[in-house]
Design a binder for this molecule. Structure first.
Ligand code: MG
Length: 206
């Protein structure tokens, strides 16, 4: 793929990731090449998976893309981020999985992206093996963001990367869940900040 941002725009791939943030994910996924697989929490319709997966394709690595695909609290009917295109009339539930599959097929990434339909904490309990890069963009409540950052950060290989989306240091900029969770990871002394792009922050295990 020549230009990922152009591909995403041309195909109207839904998502809340800015182009510069996606490019940073791509760059760090390339750097994770020899450290282990990449994994993301919060696939949604596959925007970040295209950036991360494209890097994995070049490096012969793999991306595990995790989501329960039922949508967040804000994406339910009647809420601010509800999208009728993701609503399954048959089950009367939000389901973003078909659009993720569509995106991965369009981007020709089925060879190196493994979608996992699961709650992130359930998978985390049974996950074995260190990861080269983890991107956390799942539940944004204080509790969910804390659990994802705390429990998944243990799986980052030495020298590997932990990227967290929607980091807003000031409450008026956005929800504080991811920001406070990131602070907790930094307080452990096990990670250092290596990049900050818009609302994306990337840490490296020291
Ligand atoms: Mg996000």
């Amino acid at each position: 793929m020549d230009n990922i941002a152009d591909f995403l725009a041309k195909n109207n791939i839904k998502g809340f990731l800015a182009d510069d943030e996606g490019q940073a994910l791509y760059d760090f996924a390339l750097r994770a090449e020899n450290l282990g697989p990449c994994l993301e929490i919060g696939s949604y319709c596959g925007k970040s998976a295209v950036y991360l997966g494209s890097a994995c394709k070049i490096t012969d690595n793999v991306l595990f893309s995790i989501d329960h695909h039922c949508g967040s609290e804000e994406q339910q009917p009647g809420e601010a981020y509800f999208d009728a295109q993701l609503f399954d009339a048959k089950t009367q539930k939000v389901n973003s999985f078909p659009l993720l599959q569509h995106t991965l097929q369009l981007a020709d990434l089925s060879c190196c992206v493994i979608p996992v339909v699961a709650a992130s904490q359930l998978l985390c309990r049974f996950w074995q093996g260190k990861l080269g890069l983890i991107f956390i963009d799942g539940g944004h409540s204080h509790q969910e963001a804390m659990a994802d950052c705390k429990n998944w950060s243990r799986q980052v290989a030495r020298g590997g990367f932990l990227a967290v989306h929607d980091i807003f240091p000031e409450p008026e900029q956005g929800g504080q869940g991811p920001y406070l969770a990131l602070q907790q990871v930094l307080d452990s002394g096990e990670f250092e900040t290596v990049a900050s792009v818009s609302s994306l922050v990337i840490l490296r295990r020291v």
